[in-house]
Design a protein around this ligand. Structure first.
Ligand code: ADP
Ligand code: MG
Length: 472
């Protein structure tokens, strides 16, 4: 094994070129020469590498090294007559890892892997499905970008302890000296992510009768049950806590910081853009962002409504793509890694339950943008241009948002997780949602400006007109 690990490290260039083609590769704008590879640890079949760039962005890659060709994936590298491939595909991967890793088993695994395959390329990690001899199906989520803290494990443990049904049950979590390496969870039989049923109901026709608001109501009530389950056991991770003046100040600063960062990023795009048309486009978006100043101030002052109410463990990144639509017609919540880009402390923060609802409202707007674009078969630029002027699907998304919100409130108020008077919740939900709609919208502008600048108008459209109208 030492021999082959040395070979891997000797063949740095070859390994990096092969890895750079993976869907999860995080160093798209960095040349391979700037990256370093280190061995984290090795078993007799697996070598776990850590790749680093100059800013210490770490990626962890467990590699299987075998003399026979892997059956689960055709994506392997041949090095000195050995086959090298991503270890999550290995049959009984969890047993292989247990040699050097801490494997925390939550549910006993009966049977052996008879087949494994890539489940989706839509991930920043490696997601592999294992079908077992017993007929059970498991998902291995092999972390590639190292999370600052093993938070997903905590969520799954909290949910498992309450017997919660609408999230996969965790089977095992695997870590190496406090570094989370992967998590094994039950596979959820699904027909797609949660946008799917809403897309279908939209296509059926946008007439009132077919708005399928019942679906949004169901989602709202399932979110309330998620919040209740996540907070059943009081403690540092779960359970409600009183919001202090300090919390309000920290969240105010966050909104302010996000606004400044969004402005800076847009300014940088304007400065670095090539060509008149592109510059004009970024400048136009910059103008919209500039005009949000008053809204940002209003958001910050609305935070005061939360003083002395409750903060709880929330999902943080609860959008429609983080929810599966099960074959049984229920929504299933996945991906408990918190909001991407947060520090360790920010990931651990409890927040008011309504923040997750604001994130969902934002997600309905992302979806409506997409629905409009496909309905009229438009380019992204044309869609953005039209919707920035006027959003004809505003009614659609607001009705869905309201239906989700009201049903969420009916479940969560009786569970007592808000610490806000019922009447205030039911009459001033817009004021309460406002800071989080702005907070999340700004986060999205930052995210898009960093990864997909042509999508910046999507959150801008939502930020321009964020609130649910009172008389729907
Ligand atoms: N338990 C599961 N059952 C079925 N599909 C899953 C499961 N977990 C993840 N997936 C699929 O993998 C995708 C990515 O998983 P996710 O946990 O959201 O990772 P990421 O952090 O990359 O978003 C999901 O959108 C879903 O399609
Ligand atoms: Mg996800």
């Amino acid at each position: 094994m030492v021999y082959i690990v040395n070979k891997i490290l000797d063949n740095k260039q070859k390994i990096l070129e092969w890895l750079a083609e993976k869907h999860w590769w995080p160093y798209r704008n960095t040349s391979l020469e700037e990256l370093s590879i280190e061995e984290l640890f090795s078993t007799h079949k697996i070598c776990v590498l850590v790749i680093k760039d100059s800013s210490n962005k770490n990626t962890i890659v467990p590699l299987a090294i075998e003399s026979t060709r892997p059956s689960a994936t055709s994506d392997y590298l041949k090095l000195n007559n050995m086959y090298v491939y991503e270890a999550e595909y290995m049959p009984n991967y969890w047993n292989e890892m247990s040699e050097f890793c801490r494997v925390k088993q939550y549910i006993k695994i009966h049977g052996k892997t008879i087949r494994s395959q890539l489940l989706t390329r839509e991930s920043t990690h490696l997601i592999v499905l294992h079908e077992l001899s017993t007929g059970d199906k498991l998902v291995v989520k092999g972390y590639r970008r190292l999370p600052p803290i093993s938070i997903e494990e905590k969520y799954y443990e909290a949910l498992l302890s309450t017997g919660y049904r609408y999230a996969p049950r965790p089977v095992a979590s695997i870590s190496y000296k406090n570094t989370p390496v992967s998590i094994v969870i039950e596979y959820i039989d699904n027909v797609g992510d949660a946008t799917k049923p809403f897309r279908e109901s939209f296509r059926e026709k946008t007439r009132k009768a077919s708005l399928k608001l019942g679906l949004a109501a169901k989602l709202g009530s399932q979110i309330s049950s998620l919040h209740i389950a996540l907070n059943k056991t009081p403690g540092e991770f779960s359970g409600k806590e009183i919001i202090s003046q300090e919390d309000i100040e920290r969240w105010s600063k966050r909104i302010q910081r996000r606004y400044s960062e969004a402005l800076d990023l847009l300014q940088r795009l304007v400065d670095n853009a090539d060509g008149k048309r592109i510059i004009a486009r970024y400048e136009k978006w910059m103008k919209y962002l500039d005009l949000l100043e008053e809204k940002v101030e209003k958001a910050i002052s609305s935070l005061n409504l939360y003083l002395d109410s409750y903060k709880i463990r929330t999902h943080q990144d609860l959008h429609l793509l983080q929810i599966l639509y099960g074959s049984d017609g229920n929504f299933y919540f996945i991906d408990f890694e918190g909001e991407p880009g947060r520090t360790r402390e920010e990931l651990m923060e409890k927040e008011p339950p309504l923040r997750d609802i604001a994130v969902m409202i934002r997600s309905f707007q992302y979806l409506s943008y997409d629905l409009y674009k496909s309905k009229y078969n438009l380019t992204r630029n044309a869609t953005s241009g039209r919707l920035l002027r006027n959003d004809p699907l505003w009614d659609w998304r607001m009705r869905h948002s309201l239906s989700m919100l009201l049903s969420y409130l009916s479940g969560s108020i009786s569970a007592g997780i808000h610490g806000i008077h019922r009447e205030l919740l039911l009459t001033r939900y817009n004021d309460l949602l406002y800071p989080w709609l702005i907070d999340r919208g700004l986060y999205e502008v930052i995210y898009e400006a960093t990864y997909n600048p042509d999508r910046i108008p999507i959150p801008l459209i939502g930020l321009i007109n964020p609130s649910i109208p009172i008389n729907m």
